[in-house]
Design a protein around this ligand. Structure first.
Ligand SMILES: Cc1ncc(COP(=O)(O)O)c(C=O)c1O
Length: 427
């Protein structure tokens, strides 16, 4: 057997993996079309070029195309996934005095969006095997102040929406799906982002569809859609003059350039989704039987998994290598990887110090002290996930099936060569 590449052996893979984002003349042409059209922004109801010909908005076209692809009635594009979460909460009337249930194993935006509308995020633990909000724990987190739940479809794997919706419906809670990782993913054949009252997406650079930045809200509710549109658009209303402002909005618009790229990215999505999924499921198979390696579980309702991340859990004692050693060894074998979040969200200083008003959130200094430290006890699965997970970026799954076999070979090699590490643990 080879020596580990980390200690001077030959790496399993030298050829690398596809880079991300993927683009070609399609995106180039679309960008140039916008450039030459003169219509660079979406914030006008009608734009005419020098020959008085109306130039349709590419943002509007993208909103319709993405909503239709997902099977939703309305798509509202905006500047980021963070803005999408904030706007959807605001449009649902969530505000000061309200509590919003969120998982702690996610990007900050899931928990900062409630704060940005003046509400309090209440952390509820995730399931150990899927890293999604644990429906068994949601009831414990509900108080008389609870108004909403934000399930995240982490890594593009569908959360248990049937149970989450039934808990929410029984208590009249607003459900906002954070589908930032879940472009094209489905649960029982229905697109993620269309199963709750609203769903949000991110088009930030790492996401499975990207224009560098960008966000979008899906909903079937016409009133919610109208409010979202207004908040994105400085509090204006469609059909009224540009100088009429009806509520406190912001400028959260997507540009025509971004929409032009995203429309092209959307055409690539179905094929990329199929490739990631077939490689992701194959990798699950190939890793079966390696001691201490546990890919995320695939619940029965998952029909399409977007594999924004390929995540596995490493039980260091069974595998015989610590997570940090494993990450260094896998990287050296030519497989890009990381450990993901170093700690759950509530351990960030902005929560731990409990000074939201001082740190930019609009909560009053009179707000009662919230003991975020208690979540260390309440969220053992999120705590453990931060110690055990290994993340592999979705671009790795866009490689050939042979390249993906290299990922499994590299992990098998690390296991077989585990005694090359210093004997600090039983191997
Ligand atoms: C789960 C999740 N929600 C929300 C967001 C926010 O998206 P954006 O970066 O576009 O603001 C992200 C982005 O990283 C995310 O991973």
């Amino acid at each position: 057997m080879n020596r580990l590449a980390l200690f001077g052996g030959t790496p399993v893979r030298r050829d690398g993996f596809p880079s991300w984002p993927i683009h070609d003349q399609q995106e180039e042409r679309a960008l140039l079309d916008v450039l030459h059209s003169g219509r660079w922004w979406s914030g006008t109801q009608a734009y005419h070029d020098a020959n008085s010909v109306e130039v349709p908005s590419r943002v509007a076209a993208f909103e319709s195309a993405f909503a239709a692809y997902c099977g939703a009635t309305y798509g509202l594009a905006c500047s980021t996934g963070t803005a999408a979460l904030e706007i959807a909460l605001k449009a649902a009337g969530i505000g000061p005095g309200d509590e919003v249930i969120v998982p702690p194993y996610t990007f900050l935006a899931t928990a900062s969006a409630p704060l940005l509308v003046g509400a309090i995020p209440v952390f509820c633990d995730v399931e150990a095997d899927t890293l999604n909000l644990d429906p068994d724990r949601i009831e414990e987190a509900i108080t008389p102040h609870t108004r909403a739940i934000i399930p995240v479809h982490f890594a593009g794997l569908a959360a248990d929406m049937e149970r989450i919706m039934s808990i929410a419906r029984a208590r009249n809670l607003f459900v906002l799906e954070d589908a930032a990782h879940a472009h094209g993913a489905t649960s029982n054949g229905r697109h993620l982002g269309t199963l709750g009252d609203a769903g949000t997406f991110s088009f930030q650079a790492s996401k499975n569809m990207t224009a560098g930045e960008g966000g979008l809200i899906l909903t079937d509710d016409p009133h919610l859609a109208e409010l979202c549109n207004s908040y994105i658009w400085a509090g204006r209303k469609l059909g009224f003059e540009w100088y009429e402002h009806f509520r406190l909005g912001w400028n959260y618009r997507l540009t025509e350039f971004q929409a032009a790229i995203l429309s092209q990215q959307l055409t690539r999505l179905p094929q990329q989704l199929a490739t990631r999924m077939s490689n992701g499921f194959r990798l699950n198979e190939l890793l079966k039987g390696i001691p201490g390696i546990q890919p995320l579980a695939i619940p029965p309702w998952v029909t399409l998994h977007s594999f924004h991340l390929y995540i596995l859990r490493l039980d260091a004692n069974s595998f015989g290598v610590s997570r940090e050693e494993f990450l260094a060894a896998l990287e050296a074998e030519g497989i890009p990887c990381s450990g993901g979040y170093a700690h759950p969200l509530y351990r960030n200083l902005m929560f731990a110090e409990n000074q939201f008003h001082a740190n930019g959130a609009p909560l009053s200094p009179r707000e009662p002290h919230i003991d975020f430290a208690r979540y260390v006890e309440l969220c053992p699965c999120a705590e453990q996930a931060c110690r055990e997970t290994v993340w592999i970026e979705h671009r790795v799954l866009l490689a050939s099936p042979q390249a993906v076999e290299d990922v499994a070979r590299a992990i098998q090699k690390i296991y077989e060569c585990r005694r090359e590490f210093q004997p600090t643990m039983a191997r």
